[in-house]
Design a binder for this molecule. Structure first.
Ligand SMILES: NC(=O)c1ccc[n+]([C@@H]2O[C@H](COP(=O)([O-])OP(=O)(O)OC[C@H]3O[C@@H](n4cnc5c(N)ncnc54)[C@H](OP(=O)(O)O)[C@@H]3O)[C@@H](O)[C@H]2O)c1
Length: 256
């Protein structure tokens, strides 16, 4: 039996377990199992791997995407630039290599969505783990980024500062929500933006995928903007995980 799984601190509802269990069944992939492994501390990773020698691949979620780095033998170049790992592969020699498939999922879904359209600069709302993969992906697509945070800093604008200049706001026609605002069950919450300045030239990308249409997306669409949720990103990052775990060479020749 080949084993795969998800590590995190609290793993109530997991998209990944359902996704991979259905994938194994629907695609007649035999001899594979995907389980949830709650770890009270990332230091338990080594013991987990000793207890489950058939474990070949892991997804990593909150709060270990950054904490897992010192426990890995190798880190893929993109994941190193991002500073976060959400996929771990145990190589044939027993060493652990980390990757970031959020980068891939976000980038590919954004490229699919935008096509030939160019959004100028981008605002990234929130400065958590997911925002880092989004930032590196946008940089690699030559889209300049501006972080927006609740806290003022050298690298971030606050939501209040964003409301000070309509001209500056309108230079950023791609707005990526990487905050959990609007996620089920908090359906009525949304980032504090000057929505009245949004028009049909804007693109509102929400990493949140439940509900299908978030308040952030609705408010943008009401102004004529295009809006997209994070479901395609989620599926693409899961498929990329599977590709990483099954890559015969032990590393991907094309990590993006
Ligand atoms: N679709 C996908 O494939 C995918 C992949 C990864 C994550 N996600 C989703 O993306 C979201 C963020 O994930 P994450 O791991 O980056 O979460 P996180 O580490 O908790 O970070 C979220 C950031 O959002 C901001 N934030 C948090 N609460 C807020 C509030 N009440 N008001 C305004 N800003 C708030 C914070 O930034 P500041 O302190 O700077 O304001 C925080 O650092 C989650 O909803 C997650 O489910 C989706």
């Amino acid at each position: 039996m080949r084993k795969f799984g998800l590590i995190g601190k609290k793993l109530g509802h997991s998209f990944s377990k359902k996704y991979f269990s259905e994938k194994f069944e629907n695609e007649n992939i035999h001899g594979c199992a995907y389980e949830l492994y709650e770890l009270p501390d990332i230091k338990r990773l080594k013991k987990l791997l000793l207890d489950h020698p058939a474990l070949e691949g892991l997804n990593v979620t909150i709060p270990y995407k950054e904490e897992v780095l010192p426990f890995l033998d190798e880190i893929d170049e993109k994941a190193r630039r991002i500073g976060a790992v959400n996929v771990v592969r145990k190589l044939a020699n027993g060493t652990l290599k980390g990757y970031n498939s959020d980068y891939y999922g976000f980038r590919r879904s954004l490229e699919n969505w935008l096509g030939e359209r160019r959004p100028g600069k981008a605002l990234i709302l929130g400065t958590g783990g997911a925002s880092k993969a989004v930032c590196v992906a946008l940089e690699d697509m030559d889209i300049a980024v501006q972080f927006v945070s609740r806290k003022a800093s050298e690298t971030c604008l606050t939501y209040e500062q964003l409301k000070e200049s309509e001209d500056i706001f309108k230079q950023h026609r791609l707005i990526v929500n990487t905050t959990p605002l609007g996620m089920h069950p908090h359906l009525d919450s949304f980032p504090d933006l000057p929505y009245e300045w949004i028009n049909e030239h804007f693109f509102m990308y929400d990493l949140v995928y439940n509900p299908e249409t978030t308040a952030f997306m609705k408010k943008g669409a009401k102004q004529g903007a295009c809006a997209k949720n994070g479901l395609e990103m989620l599926v693409l990052q899961a498929e990329k995980s599977w590709e990483i775990w099954n890559d015969a060479s032990g590393f991907l020749s094309k990590p993006e």
